[in-house]
Write a new protein. Structure first.
Length: 248
């Protein structure tokens, strides 16, 4: 097996940022996954003019639908399977099997965790500082983790190949999934009283007491009282409550 050069992984990593550029209802992000995988497939026997390269590219650009930040796992694993000369039907089954887990893990990790947590921290900072600082905090807390997630996924996928399930079952990822929900909840519970105070007046001891109480209540609701509610739904309900309170 010819191992792709370091620059091939660099190119594949940058291409992961474009997986949604070719989104369509027929193949979803399949073309983007193939585009990201292509640098890793160039060292197949006979190179870009070989039959294995052409067959691999056809498979790589077929239908695929998962969380865009985790498709690096699929791109790396499928490219490694091609290099390992895994039969085509088995690669197709692997591709199909990855759709559900990568979508579920990505949604829980990013849309229900990192995004609301980063947004809440940005809003909280904006209440007592320049708005630009809060925006920078939000962008940093959101974009750095998702960039790391893309790179980790590509390398873990290549390292594990057809055994990519090991990466999804890694202790670090499992611990992150357990922690991200409470973290987002805590951030939302912390930010809501601060934002409310900013809208109606200044920040005093009573408001800071409300901040602590709100953060604790949010944790209790999501961890013990209504664990299926989710951080995003909790934040929306709290925002609705604030709006109704302001109207009434």
């Amino acid at each position: 097996m010819a191992v792709p050069a370091v620059m091939a992984f660099v190119r594949a990593g940058f291409r992961l940022l474009t997986v949604q550029a070719c989104f369509n209802h027929e193949r979803m992000i399949g073309v983007g996954v193939g585009y990201a995988s292509e640098p890793l497939l160039r060292t197949l026997p006979d190179g870009v003019k070989g039959d294995r390269y052409r067959a691999a590219m056809i498979r790589a650009t077929r239908y695929f639908n998962a969380h865009p930040y985790l498709v690096g796992l699929a791109a790396g694993a499928l490219a490694r399977a091609e290099h390992d000369d895994v039969p085509g039907p088995q690669i197709e089954r692997l591709r199909t099997a990855l759709v559900g887990p990568l979508g579920a893990v990505g949604d829980r990790l990013v849309w229900a965790g990192t995004l609301p947590a980063a947004s809440a921290v940005g809003l909280a900072i904006s209440t007592d500082a320049r708005a630009g600082l809060g925006a920078l905090a939000m962008l940093g807390l959101y974009n750095v983790p998702h960039a790391v997630l893309r790179i980790w996924g590509l390398m873990a996928g290549w390292r594990n190949g057809t055994r990519v399930g090991r990466a999804l079952a890694s202790p670090l990822l499992s611990a992150t999934l357990r922690a991200i929900g409470p973290t987002a909840t805590l951030a939302i519970g912390f930010a809501i009283p601060l934002v409310t105070a900013r809208l109606v007046g200044g920040l005093d001891l009573a408001i800071w007491t409300g901040v602590v109480a709100g953060a604790g209540l949010a944790i209790m609701v999501l961890r013990w009282i209504a664990p299926a509610l989710g951080a995003v739904r909790l934040g929306l309900l709290a925002a609705l409550g604030i709006a109704l309170g302001a109207i009434l």
